[in-house]
Design a protein around this ligand. Sequence first.
Ligand code: DGT
Ligand code: CA
Ligand code: CA
Ligand code: ZN
Length: 601
Amino acid sequence: MTKGKEIKEKITNAAVADILGQIGEYLAMQHVQFKPRAYAKVAEAVGALEEEVGDIYARGGIKALKEIPGVGQSIAEHIEELVTTGTLAYYDELKKATPVRLDELARVEGLGPKSIQKLYQELGVKDLKTLAAAAKAGKIARLEGFGAKSEEKILKGIAFARGAGERFIAGAMMAQTRDIEERLRKVAGVTKVVVAGSMRRRRDTIGDLDILAVSAKPELVMDRFVKETPGIMAVIAHGATKSSIKVRPGLNVDLRVVDAGSYGAALVYFTGSKDHNVAIRRRAQSLGLTLNEYGLFKIAPGSAKKGAAQEGARVAGRTEEDVYRALRMSYVEPELRENTGEVEAAAREFAGKKPGVPKIIGYGDLRGDLQVQTNWTDGADSIEAMAKAAAARGLGYIVITDHTKRLAMAHGLDERRIREQWKEIDAVNKRMRGAITILKGTECDILKDGSLDLDDGTLAKLDVVGVSVHSFFGLPRAEQTARIVRAMSNPHVDILFHPTGRLINRRAPYDVDIDEIIKAAKRTGTILEIDALPERSDLKDEYIRKCVEAGVKMSIDSDAHAAAHFSVLEWGIAQARRGWAARTDIVNAWPLETMRGSLKE
Ligand code: DGT
Ligand code: CA
Ligand code: CA
Ligand code: ZN
């Protein structure tokens, strides 16, 4: 085995990915060819790894790092430096050479590395503040290659970037969260550790992490937390039962140690949401009880009349199940705790009435994946590698959905090349018979007028046709909606992929009438996708709920561009659960033949 250098400081995959991605952007600003894309791809691959990149290095050195898709010798050496020292001289030099806040400016839609470079050189734009000043002074409109229209767009983009960015994309923080939980679990005296708050409810974005622990030695777990959590940037508070730190890339993490006897009540309280808490506290009152983070208590006799009700005997607190039962409610899954009807439903169910809490889809319920890209276009891996990875996750079928020709950047397929791809799919299917079924599909571009990027003869021959908007994001609402509805009305079109086009913290959804889209889906029998990529989470929870209520079927897809990406399906399931979707609402939770039978043709 190749022995690597000693690891002095732990660095998370998210931090490594962030630094590599920024290097790509710095290089693009310097008009370097090819390398920017290579760094961006590696950043994405590292972000999707399940194993810690430091562990990969410890296990097999540079050689093992090179097995990460896209990693060659020089990037492997950068990663080595990062995982062994926590810093990278090359990155620091690039940063020094360009005194520009790339992290801020890159969040403005329409601003790429090259335009940022130009704005810096010509107008001295360094961050959002100086960008806003230049735009308001009309300086950008006068700049060659920009114009009044792009200035207006930049101003809109600044407003969006300012509002965003304060919250983190939750799914992208999941691996790091689990790592923190795992480390705390190993500390002596600790019997329970769980993340609460918006992360436990699997909201698409989180403000911070709230972790609860039960421990016989609270000081020890606090000490380890503030000293040994990887990527720590600052200790905000270090107390006996509550501590707070900031970890890369700037996320606050709170840890609270609670008694075993109040663990369930604390978990309910800190899982929230605030609105759910308010609703169940009201329910407690109506039952003559009082609820707080220490437990559910009887009200001490006589105390209510004097104003502040005093706690009497504790009736529940050790487990969440106990708390809900004592509130005369059936158990409520964390993903449902938003006070959007779940409190009433759980109370009805406890009383034996209907409708109760919905039987939402489970984390192990998916049987297939209807959106998978390969190295035929912008994916990193072959059809066979993707099929094997999907089979290893227990999926029984996948649909290969490479891009179409209008997406030249992604080497989209035309009618001739997609037919060549079918031959390879047939061959791989033969080799993998019994392990998984690979279906022929497409992620076909919706053109400006709602027509499609492949001819009808080709579409007719595909097993599953998915369509997407990848251009003309700025059309007015009526036109955008009509364009998409026209595409959905094509009798070959089975699924609308990532229906609103948002990229959390980067791009607002395009302006579209979602109620009209849902109506059109119902009328035309088109499936609406829940794209599980954490930065997409598109459809979002609220729209999923609308589909459930309208009886519109959905799929939960990985949108995988590499074999490691199938892990995001879990995130899509979480969003479906937040939208009250049952297994029956999700077509790829069905057996292959049932799923196929539900398609248009
Ligand atoms: P976030 O961090 O903004 O994504 O959202 P949460 O839901 O994690 O909220 P956070 O971190 O402020 O607080 C964690 C939980 O603690 C929250 O979901 C419910 C509970 N909580 C916090 N403040 C209050 C409050 O003023 N009243 C009640 N009833 N519960 C609260
Ligand atoms: Ca939180
Ligand atoms: Ca918090
Ligand atoms: Zn797409």
